[in-house]
Design a protein around this ligand. Structure first.
Ligand code: NAP
Length: 256
């Protein structure tokens, strides 16, 4: 028996990276999972590779979470095709790093739109189902960068915004059986951090090693580290935890 038997989960930005690891973990523990990502074909390919068994379908849906109509349509399709919605993981993300004086309006707007408006649009679309059934779990991806990070004024603002967002969801939705929490990862080895290595002109392995050397536990994080935390926060064991941000960062926050 899995912790998520009979549950239906949506994970945004789940065609790769942390989102794919979370989708895999939830599916591994019994959930039917809808993989949402910008590209429907990639979302479908990811859904096909999730742990599965007869009678428990997964779904891949093309969705731009920053677009209200797209977010709403995706949620309705999940409920229509998978029969319900119990878990929402707002994971989709982008970076447009630049020092403040070089940051464009577009850099700012894009990051705020995907992380903050995206989490808002998806959660607003999902909450009506959660409230009706008096059950729901929301997990949003924040970041250790919420505490401030050079070159990431847009991303830090969005990721700290996520922390305020889940605190407010905790207050508003708690009476309806819904919990909402955030996970703030430190350095996780994914395409996103590989792209940062490329931007600063460092080979990926050297960049990861430098991050590991700075970290109290002397390693980088992996998508599975975040998936384990997400599964806990979506489980019944975490039913008395809401509005919180869990730093999953090997202690990076302690030394930043
Ligand atoms: P990633 O490898 O870049 O994957 C992000 C995924 O989100 C991609 O599949 C991307 O699709 C998708 N996406 C982007 N914009 C979208 C939109 N508007 N609608 C739907 N999907 C969209 O990133 P990651 O490293 O796994 O990060 C996942 C989350 O963790 C993000 O919220 C990130 O900010 C957060 N985080 C990551 C780290 C880290 O070290 N990696 C640390 C702290 C927090 P495309 O491929 O089509 O662009």
């Amino acid at each position: 028996m899995g912790r998520f038997d009979g549950r239906v989960a949506v994970v945004t930005g789940a065609a790769r990276g942390i989102g794919l690891a979370i989708a895999t973990r939830l599916a591994d523990e019994g959930a039917s999972v809808a993989v949402l990502d910008l590209d429907e074909a990639q979302a479908g390919a990811a859904a096909e590779q999730l742990p599965a068994e007869a009678g428990r379908p997964h779904l891949g849906i093309g969705c731009d979470v920053s677009d209200t109509g797209s977010a709403r349509a995706a949620v309705e399709r999940v409920v229509g095709e998978l029969g319900a919605l119990h878990i929402l993981v707002n994971n989709a993300g982008v970076t447009r790093d630049n020092l403040l004086f070089k940051m464009t309006d577009d850099d700012w707007d894009t990051v705020i739109a995907v992380h903050l408006r995206g989490a808002f649009a998806m959660t607003r679309a999902a909450q009506q189902h959660f409230v009706q059934q008096k059950y729901g779990k929301v997990v949003c991806l924040s970041s250790v960068s919420a505490l401030g990070n050079r070159g990431q004024a847009n991303y830090a603002a969005a990721k700290m915004g996520i922390q305020g967002f889940v605190r407010t969801l905790g207050i508003e939705l708690g009476p309806f059986g819904v919990t909402a929490n955030a996970i703030a990862p430190g350095f996780i080895a994914t395409d996103m951090t590989d792209a940062t290595a490329a931007r600063v002109g460092m080979p990926v392995e050297e960049f990861r090693q430098a991050a590991a050397d700075r970290n109290p536990v002397r390693r980088v994080g992996y998508p599975e580290d975040i998936a384990a935390a997400a599964a806990f926060l979506c489980s019944e064991e975490a039913s008395y935890i809401t509005g919180q941000t869990l730093y999953v960062d090997g202690g990076a926050k302690l030394v930043s």
